[in-house]
Design a protein around this ligand. Structure first.
Ligand SMILES: Nc1ncnc2c1ncn2[C@@H]1O[C@H](COP(=O)(O)OP(=O)(O)O)[C@@H](O)[C@H]1O
Ligand SMILES: [Mg+2]
Ligand SMILES: [Zn+2]
Length: 509
């Protein structure tokens, strides 16, 4: 007795069709799963067996072989429970229907409840792209699957419900986008810059950072509002496009971190991993691979608070992905990638006690401590930060008066306008913003006249700027000019850009 049903597998972010074949013969009782299953797949047999017995169906003490094809890709996770279950009923004649255009995805509990699994969004998209017309998924995954067009998605709560549907007795209701339309993702509800009093120059720096996609470092004493400012950065980034939303949602789906009932993440994510985070926690991986913090911040903001406290290894791990927007993880079963286009914002105290350079509090650190503290930050990572800005303790009067700061919505308007200019500039290339300009582009789009060149040269001498600061200053100046709607970089833009290189001067070197 033989049957075959379609399912979907997942490797990293990539889904692929899996054919679940079952063969049952009247031999000595045995139940095998072949086709490169990992342990979580092998455990399927006990779950499926129990579900069959506990749901009024008959389990035969015969020889049963399940093959998950193609056999050369490792199968991970419990998603094959449901297709194995359906294939078993078909093979034993307990169910009869044509499943050619259908696919099944889901884990089973011992009593036949269909359990939520990770990565359903990617799998449903893949099913559609492979010509599947109807896909059966766990009811708890319905929200994310509802956004996929041109495929009928049936949310399933338990096996009895599914069998009734397939036998034509009691039809299931397909899910639709409209069911989840008003459930937006509160998890990333934006905080507003209007709450931040004073700190005009820091807000200005963050506006520039948002406008050009520049990675930024905030340096200041404890309580000066660094975390408060960083948390508000997503609120001034441009609205997410549908494509960006889909990409970010796929990552949360694969990570199993999509909040319940949310169909699409429409707000830019903000992630702030603690400095004790493991490298796997940052970049992803694990036994059943899952995306890490870098990818969970895809299309959003990754905030690293207390930057010097992160381990060297963690900093080294982040450098390449931050540069490339993609993480590559090597595994025995192959190489997988996760996207991580993210804006990096870091914060640090100027010294271990936090009060170096503070107007009223005294620094209790030994001489040379600030330099030593900064040297804990990996040079190559520091090199990825275009804008350095000092966040001084704001004075009490400014904090206590009732005047509200400029709302994020107003700042975002300006950011959007500057991004539009960049979109036009980089049309037809893979570059999205000024921060990502190649050296050749920097030469082309950041032309300086003689007076400006002379100014830069003098600044380099006077402030002792390092050579690597040169292109960064040009790119940041380009963004400042874009915010001004100016086609050419002006001297004022250049002067401002030079100010955002705090670490290249003063006591830090
Ligand atoms: N500019 C500011 N406007 C309003 N409140 C502020 C400001 N700066 C600091 N605060 C208050 O101080 C608290 C501590 O700031 P926080 O962002 O945690 O500082 P840091 O991260 O630099 O240590 C904030 O939660 C906020 O209540
Ligand atoms: Mg803080
Ligand atoms: Zn100190």
């Amino acid at each position: 007795m033989f049957a075959k049903v379609n399912s979907m597998g997942l490797f990293g972010m990539k889904s692929f069709p899996v054919s679940t074949e079952i063969d049952i013969s009247k031999n000595l009782p045995r139940f095998d799963i072949v086709g490169l299953p990992d342990t979580s797949v092998s455990e399927s047999k006990s779950r499926v067996q129990s579900a069959i017995k506990n749901c009024r169906f008959r389990f035969y003490e015969w020889r049963t072989t399940v093959n998950l094809a193609p056999a050369d890709i490792r199968k991970e996770g419990p998603v094959y429970d449901l297709p194995i279950f359906v294939a078993y009923l078909l093979a034993t004649g307990q169910l009869s229907c044509d499943t050619k255009d259908m696919a099944f995805i889901g884990e089973l509990s011992l009593d036949g409840i269909v359990r939520k699994v990770n990565g359903v969004l990617s799998m449903v998209i893949c099913a559609r792209d492979n010509g599947i017309k109807e896909v059966f998924i766990p009811a708890d995954n319905a929200a994310e699957a509802s956004v996929v067009n041109n495929i009928t998605v049936y949310p399933v709560r338990n096996t009895n419900e599914l069998v009734d549907h397939l036998a034509g007795r009691n039809r299931l209701t397909p899910c639709s986008k409209e069911d989840y339309a008003d459930k937006s993702c509160d998890e990333f509800a934006y905080l507003d810059f209007a709450d931040v009093k004073g700190q005009y120059h820091v807000k200005r720096a963050l506006e520039i950072a948002a406008a050009g996609g520049h990675n930024t470092l905030l340096i200041g004493p404890p309580g000066s509002g660094k975390s408060m400012l960083a948390k508000r950065l997503p609120s001034i980034l441009p609205d997410m496009t549908f494509e960006e939303s889909l990409e970010t949602t796929e990552i949360y789906s694969v990570a199993g971190q999509l909040p319940s009932g949310v169909s699409l993440i429409t707000k830019r994510p903000y992630r702030s991993p603690h400095h004790t985070v493991s490298t796997a926690g940052l970049s992803g991986g694990g036994r059943i691979p899952h995306p890490g913090e870098l990818s969970l911040a895809h299309n959003g903001v990754l905030f690293l608070d207390e930057l010097p406290e992160f381990s060297r290894v963690a900093m080294e791990t982040m450098r390449q992905p931050v540069e490339d927007g993609i993480i590559t993880i090597s595994r025995v079963s192959g190489t997988l990638t996760y996207p991580c286009e993210t804006m990096l914002v870091c914060a640090m105290n100027p010294c271990p006690c936090g009060y170096y350079g503070h107007p009223t509090k005294e620094c209790t650190c030994p001489k040379g401590a600030p330099v030593k503290y900064l040297s804990k930050v990996s040079g190559p990572l520091l090199d990825r930060l275009d804008i350095h800005v000092e966040v001084p303790q704001v004075d009490f009067k400014k904090l206590s008066d009732d005047e509200k700061g400029e709302p994020s919505a107003v700042i975002r308007e300006r950011v959007n306008a500057a991004r539009k200019i960049q979109q036009k500039r980089f049309e037809g290339t893979s570059i999205k913003c000024n921060a990502k300009m190649t050296p050749a582009m920097t030469r082309e789009f950041c032309k300086l006249d003689e007076r400006q060149k002379a100014f830069l040269e003098k600044s380099f001498e006077k402030l002792g700027l390092s050579a690597r600061a040169y292109d960064k200053i040009l790119r940041v100046a380009r963004t400042i000019a874009d915010l001004d709607g100016d086609e050419n970089i002006q001297l004022a833009h250049l002067t401002e850009a030079v100010q955002y290189r705090s670490l290249d001067r003063k006591f830090w070197r």
